[in-house]
Design a protein around this ligand. Structure first.
Ligand SMILES: Cc1cc2nc3c(=O)[nH]c(=O)nc-3n(C[C@H](O)[C@H](O)[C@H](O)COP(=O)(O)O)c2cc1C
Length: 331
């Protein structure tokens, strides 16, 4: 944000603040698999391989998507501070963990959308409860979400009523396969059960027990159970949007993560609640089924579920690692 005098912060201050705001980005199992390195007037984003979930993410797709979401959050923070971000993605083929270099390219005229996006960074959270809304998401809102994805070199496919049973089948199939996968269950237990450090992982008060709904979502409840009341929704008017890319390289995963952030922040600004489904992409058979729902050749990266929540209380915000453990500020 600009200071009270209205003057934008200097470049190093703006980049540091952007890395801090990026910490609120969504990430797979709240692993926050990113490291920022600040040197002079450049911020470098690295994937933290030690936080990759081996059982479901052998190639690093979801780790990279998560880093892409953090990158977009940082860009939003810079734009809202009146600084134009300049990003080079995957700049060094010899160092695949270096995902982006970010600099300030000059001043940026702050628009309403920048302010809204930044505000949504702190309002956004995963709401995994079935949505009780009795009205559909308006077409102009859906249009805005499509535009948000297109602005990030990705695209959305809205799962139509005639395709919902296929998405449900993909979700059921993924759940069935993962429920028998011991390595997956061990990873899930680590990241939901408190065996991880503080400030990370998915807390039980943010997930719900399985309930009747059109399309199943990931079941986080192992032995810990859940502490969030699922409420009275049935997801009847939930929208399911497949985030897709034209190619399937790490830079496309990064772009897809930026798109996930852009779409989710735009949805939050429009008072939609949402959550993510990646189990249907993690399991190859389910991913193939999703690809078959796309209207043209493309690669499904994630599914976003949005709807009006209308319940009295938002789910609690999930924790984050302290900035000192994700941001390295050198001279
Ligand atoms: C790549 C990726 C995959 C995710 N997969 C799921 C998922 O399958 N189910 C789910 O409920 N949330 C999923 N999430 C959301 C994270 O669990 C969530 O962002 C994280 O726990 C932090 O919570 P917050 O979104 O409330 O800030 C995913 C997020 C990302 C970026």
């Amino acid at each position: 944000m600009a200071d009270v005098s209205g003057a934008p912060p200097d470049e190093a201050t703006a980049l540091r603040a952007a890395a801090m705001e990026a910490g609120r980005a969504p990430s797979i199992l709240n692993t926050q698999p990113w490291r920022w390195r600040m040197r002079g007037d450049e911020l470098a984003l690295y994937a933290d391989q030690s936080r990759r979930i081996a059982s479901i993410d052998p190639d690093g797709r979801f780790m990279t998507l998560s880093c892409g979401a953090a990158l977009h959050h940082a860009r939003v923070a810079l734009a809202a501070a009146g600084r134009e971000p300049a990003v080079v993605r995957c700049p060094d083929p010899g160092d695949p963990d270096l995902l982006a270099r970010v600099r300030v390219a000059g001043s940026h005229e702050v628009r309403r959308e920048d302010v809204d996006n930044e505000r949504s960074i702190n309002r956004r959270r995963s709401d995994r409860r079935p949505f009780p809304a009795v009205t559909p998401v308006p077409p102009d809102t859906l249009e805005a979400l499509h535009e948000a994805a297109a602005g990030e070199h990705a695209w959305l496919h809205r799962v139509g009523a005639e395709q919902i049973t296929f998405l449900a089948t993909a979700g059921e199939g993924a759940a069935e396969i993962q429920s028998k996968d011991e390595a997956y269950r061990a990873d899930l237990r680590t990241w939901t059960g408190g065996a991880h450090g503080s400030g990370e992982g998915v807390p039980p008060e943010t997930f719900v027990s399985p309930t009747e709904r059109r399309v199943p979502v990931r079941d986080f409840t192992l032995d810990s159970g859940s502490m969030l009341d699922p409420g009275y929704g049935d997801d009847r008017y939930a929208e399911y949007l497949i985030v897709a890319t034209d190619e399937d390289l790490p830079v496309d995963w990064l772009r897809a993560g930026e798109a996930v952030s852009a779409v989710w922040l735009a949805a939050t600004t429009r008072d939609l609640a949402g959550s993510v489904m990646s189990d249907v992409v993690e399991v190859p058979g389910a991913r193939t089924l999703l690809a078959g729902l796309l209207p043209r050749r493309g690669y499904p990266q994630l599914v976003l579920r949005f709807g009006f929540d209308q319940q009295q209380r938002q789910p609690p915000a999930s924790p984050r690692r302290p900035p000192g453990s994700t941001i390295d500020i050198g001279s």
